[in-house]
Design a protein around this ligand. Structure first.
Ligand SMILES: [Zn+2]
Length: 84
């Protein structure tokens, strides 16, 4: 089970999408090194993502640039939310 960073709903991993930020600050979809954030694969949670959500999930500083990067990944994952 994972908790959506936006709506705090707990769902099975298969229903969630994950993005991670590596040590260089580059975001990628799926599991990987470093901390990551999870959100609902279906629904309106992605567009509602805010800097505060990212910072809380990462327990680290986050910027609008991080949010933009994650939203870009979200846009690309719309048709296949089960990328891992
Ligand atoms: Zn959600």
């Amino acid at each position: 089970m994972r908790t959506c960073v936006v709506c705090r709903t707990r769902r099975d991993d298969a229903e969630m999408v994950r993005a991670g930020r590596d040590a260089h600050g580059t975001w990628h979809l799926g599991r990987g090194v470093g901390r990551g954030i999870w959100w609902c694969g279906e629904g309106s949670c992605g567009p509602a993502l805010r800097v505060g959500h990212v910072a809380r999930a990462l327990r680290a500083e986050a910027t609008e640039g991080d949010v933009e990067a994650v939203r870009g990944l979200m846009a690309g994952s719309g048709s296949n939310p089960r990328l891992v």
